[in-house]
Write a protein that binds this ligand. Sequence first.
Ligand code: SAM
Length: 255
Amino acid sequence: MTITIDTDTRRLFVETNGNKQELDLYSDEAFRVISDLYLKVGWNQKYTYTFSWMGRPMIQLPDDMLRLQELIYDLKPDVIVETGIAHGGSLIFYASLCKAMNKGRVLGIDIEIRPHNRSAIEAHEMFPLITMIEGSSVDNQIIEEVKNNVGDAETVLVILDSNHTYDHVLKELELYSGLVTPGSYIVSTDGVMRDVADVPRGEPDWVTDNPANAAEDFVKANPDFSIGEPTWPFNESTLSGNITHWPSAFIRRNG
Ligand SMILES: C[S@@+](CC[C@H](N)C(=O)[O-])C[C@H]1O[C@@H](n2cnc3c(N)ncnc32)[C@H](O)[C@@H]1O
C-alpha cells in the first residue's frame, strides 16, 4: 500500500494493488486510513506498553479502555471477569469504576501472577474490590472456581485478555460465554493481531491465528450472541467505529 499525503492541497492518495483512491484529507475516510496506519505503527512501537492506571501498568490502547468504560457505566455489572492480569492495571481500572459507581467487583484469572505484581495489587487502594485466581483460564478446576465466585450475579461482563491464539480464545469463549448475562458482553480483545501480522514485530500466521477470527467463528456457531461495538453514548461528529486494537471484540448476549 502506498499512502501519499499532500497537506498543501489537502488530499490523501491511497494505492492498493493498482487501485487508486483520492480522498479529501479532512474527511472521515482519510481519518480512517491515517488511524489504521497509526494503529499498525503504534502497535509495533509498543505504544500500549506506556500506560498505567492508578500506578499499575495497563497494557491497552487508551481508546479501547475509554470505550470499555462507556459500556461498563451503561451496564453497571455486578461482576467483571477478566482473563489475563499481567501487572494488574486493567483490573484496577475496572475496580476504580466499580468504586466510583458504588456497584460491582472484579475477578481476574492469570496462569502466572508474579509475586511482585501480586503484592502490588494486594497493596492497592482498589484491592478490596478485586479477587485473583491463579491458573490457566481454560483449566476445568479454574472454571469451577470462577463459576463459584461469580455465583448468581445479575449482570456479568467478561473480558478475555490472556493467551491470544485462535484455539485458546475460542475455548475461552465456549467456557466463559455461559457466565455472560443477557444484554451483557464477552469482549475478545487484541484482534488487531490480524492487522499487524506484516509489521516487524508481527507473525505471518496471525492473519488467521487471532482472537477476532475466534470471535467471528464463535458467533456463527452460537446464534444467541452477536458481534457489534456498543453505540457511542456521545458523538457530535460524523465519525463512527472505534479506533481500536479490538476489532470484532464486543460479543453481546442477545436478550
Ligand atoms: C496481555 S497480558 C494481560 C494484560 C492486562 N489485562 C492489562 O490490560 O494490563 C496477558 C496475560 O495473560 C496471561 N496468560 C497467558 N496464558 C494464560 C492462560 N492460559 N490462562 C490465564 N492467563 C494466561 C499471561 O500470564 C499475561 O499476564
